[in-house]
Design a protein. Structure first.
Length: 132
C-alpha cells in the first residue's frame, strides 16, 4: 500500500478515535482552516472554527461513536479523495436513546506541508430505520 494511501487511512482512523475520546483539537488538526462540510438539508459549514463550535456544542451533552469502511482512495499528486461508508452513533450523556446515522461520505484531501488534511467533505448520512 502506498504511503499516501496509508497516511489517509491513518487520518480517518484518528478522526474516529479522537471523536470518540471527545478530543476536538485532535480532530481539528486533521482539517484545513478553510474546510467545507456539505450535509443534506443544511447550508454548507464553512471553516474549522464553525466545525469546532458545532462539535463542542454536541459533545457538551453527547458522546460520539463512529466507524467507517473505506471503499476507495485515489491519490493524484497532492490531492486525494476518499469514499467511505460511515456509521455514527450519538449517545446522550444523561441517558436516553442514542441516534444512529449511516451512509456514504466523499472526502477531498490536500497534502500541505507534508501532511494530508481534509478540505471538503460531502456527508450523505441518514437516520437508521427504526429497529436497525
Amino acid at each position: 500500500m502506498a504511503s499516501d494511501e496509508q497516511a489517509i487511512r491513518t487520518l480517518m482512523a484518528t478522526w474516529h478515535s479522537a471523536s470518540a475520546a471527545g478530543d476536538v483539537d485532535a480532530v481539528l488538526a486533521l482539517m484545513s482552516e478553510d474546510v467545507v462540510f456539505l450535509v443534506a438539508g443544511q447550508p454548507p459549514m464553512r471553516g474549522r472554527d464553525a466545525f469546532a463550535a458545532g462539535m463542542r456544542g454536541l459533545l457538551a451533552q453527547h458522546r460520539l461513536v463512529s466507524n467507517g469502511t473505506i471503499e476507495e482512495i485515489e491519490v493524484t499528486g497532492d490531492w486525494a479523495y476518499c469514499w467511505c461508508y460511515l456509521t455514527v452513533e450519538i449517545q446522550p450523556i444523561a441517558g436516553g436513546n442514542p441516534v444512529a446515522r449511516v451512509g456514504n461520505t466523499l472526502s477531498i484531501l490536500h497534502k500541505r506541508n507534508g501532511a494530508w488534511l481534509l478540505v471538503r467533505d460531502a456527508n450523505m448520512l441518514a437516520p437508521t430505520p427504526a429497529g436497525s
